[in-house]
Design a protein. Structure first.
Length: 226
């Protein structure tokens, strides 16, 4: 049995597993799969089928699925978008990037569909969008809260949008006062203005995250729990 046949059998088995989504986008109100929602089931199925998945992070992120009996393999890859923050520890940023890319590659490899909310809406015929390249590098003002986003040539706009959102949310998690939240926004205004120009929806979602974190910190300073 070839690695492709084993992989297809594994996909078929996974499609019957009744996976549950634990991730929740609080702004949009839609759920998504976290790694922990499907990786244990995938590992069990792979063990039964004689498959092994190996994630690699280099010039591109790759997920290689090996046939443990023959050594044959099939490779899935995606370009990498990098995020930097003067406040965040490099290892934290790297961890966030790894988690996002691993999740993305496993969804791709196992044909896991999570677009229910989009598919359920009435679809209108739209002209084919013009492909927009993200900025190669964009950074906020020189400050402890500065964010810096760098992309390689193969990265698409959606990759850039995703990492901007993830880097911003990581910075907000590190904020310890309402002033910190305001500083994150002011220092990186150039990035958020570009985010708004490229995706109004993501920009609105990020503004919601800023308000939520500010309210949380205000409650903590007043001695209340939200």
């Amino acid at each position: 049995m070839t690695v492709y046949k084993k992989l297809q059998a594994a996909r078929h088995e996974l499609s019957k597993a009744n996976l549950k989504k634990s991730g929740l986008n609080s702004f949009g109100g839609w759920k998504y799969y976290e790694l922990g929602d499907f990786i244990p089931t995938v590992n069990k199925i792979f063990d039964e089928k004689g498959l092994c998945g190996v994630f690699f992070f280099g010039e591109a992120a790759t997920l290689t699925i090996f046939d443990s009996e023959t050594g044959d393999a099939v490779v899935f890859s995606t370009p990498i978008v990098y995020a930097e923050s003067n406040k965040g520890q490099p290892i934290q940023l790297l961890g966030s990037t790894h988690s996002y890319l691993r999740r993305y590659l496993w969804l791709m490899a196992m044909e896991i569909v999570e677009s229910d909310a989009v598919d359920a809406e009435k679809q209108e015929e739209k002209p084919e969008p013009v492909k927009v390249k993200p900025p190669t590098k964009i950074a906020g003002a020189d400050s402890p809260w500065q964010l810096s986003i760098t992309t390689d040539e193969s990265a698409g706009l959606q990759d850039w949008l995703n990492i901007v959102v993830e880097a911003t949310r990581m910075a907000l998690r590190q904020a310890r006062s309402e002033k910190d939240v305001l500083d994150i926004f002011k220092v990186n205004r150039v990035i958020f203005d570009r985010l708004k120009a490229e995706s109004e929806e993501d920009h609105v979602a990020i503004l919601g995250d800023f308000k939520k974190r500010k309210d949380e910190l205000k409650g903590e300073s007043n001695g209340t729990v939200s």
